[in-house]
Ligand binder design. Structure first.
Ligand SMILES: [Zn+2]
Length: 270
């Protein structure tokens, strides 16, 4: 195989792996941020439950104060009733007493409702607090995992960067410039030629070019997509191959270029 062709093949592998790792590193903080947003939701649920309990207690104290006020009024009316002169005055006072007693009864009903509500609020708070605790632990673990993964990826990337720089110095300048241009535009710079076709864009190559590609001795580019073409004798159509293997290999090279992009996107969704 042509030395440049061989090196460009290696370079493309390195570039693909580097871009996969770069995307992974970029995706990790987003994943952590998504989990932290969920954590904030649970924190808000805890605060809401606490606020409801507090509100419940305030209302209850208000009701108790109201009851006390009405009881004082009743006591006052009763003491006044012993010194009234007329039946009308007496009836008026008893009417006030009756009204105050009704108010007290209403407050007591409300207090009972509040007590039942409080039980539910306290249960809700316990659930929210338990969820928050689990979630907090998950976030910490996720953050730690992301830190470890990022450090590993960055180490790998540094290694790839070195390998990349070394290989690039060994490739002919014009071939390298062509590689860079196609890589930038199409996310892949090389394509297998099979059956006289570019396996990336499926455009036929001329018979003479096909013969040249088959030697793998020159840098030959696809007239249609610009990718550098190489020939893999293992995929020669004439050579009978188990159908399954052939199919798998075809699937590998056909992921160009949009599918290839999707492949490198981290699969984790929020
Ligand atoms: Zn092509």
């Amino acid at each position: 195989m042509n030395a440049d062709l061989q090196r460009l093949t290696e370079l493309e592998k390195i570039d693909r792996e580097a871009s996969r790792l770069t995307e992974e590193v970029a995706g990790l903080p987003k994943r952590v941020a998504a989990i932290e947003a969920k954590l904030a939701e649970h924190k808000a649920a805890v605060e809401k439950a606490k606020a409801r309990i507090k509100g419940n207690e305030t209302t209850r104290r208000q009701m108790e104060a109201d009851i006390k006020g009405f009881q004082e009024k009743i006591a006052k009316y009763r003491s006044q009733s012993s010194s009234v002169k007329t039946n009308d005055e007496y009836r008026a006072l008893m009417h006030e007493v009756e009204f105050a007693e009704k108010q007290i009864s209403g407050c007591e009903d409300k207090i009972l409702e509040l007590m039942i509500g409080l039980e539910n609020d306290e249960k809700a708070l316990k659930v929210a607090e338990a969820e928050l605790k689990t979630e907090s632990a998950d976030v910490e673990k996720e953050k730690a995992d992301a830190r470890v993964r990022t450090a590993e990826d960055e180490k790998l990337l540094a290694g790839l960067k070195e390998q990349r720089a070394t290989i690039r110095t060994m490739v002919n300048d014009s071939a390298l410039a062509h590689y860079d241009r196609v890589m930038r535009q199409r996310k892949s710079a090389l394509a297998e030629a099979r059956d006289q076709k570019c396996m990336a864009c499926f455009v036929m190559v001329r018979p003479q070019t096909w013969q040249e590609i088959r030697t793998n001795e020159q840098i030959i580019t696809c007239n249609s997509c610009g990718r550098i073409l190489y020939f893999d004798p293992a995929n020669e159509v004439a050579a009978p191959e188990p159908a399954r293997k052939k199919k798998a290999r075809a699937a590998e090279v056909e992921t160009e270029p949009e599918q290839a992009e999707q492949e490198t996107t981290p699969t984790s969704t929020q």
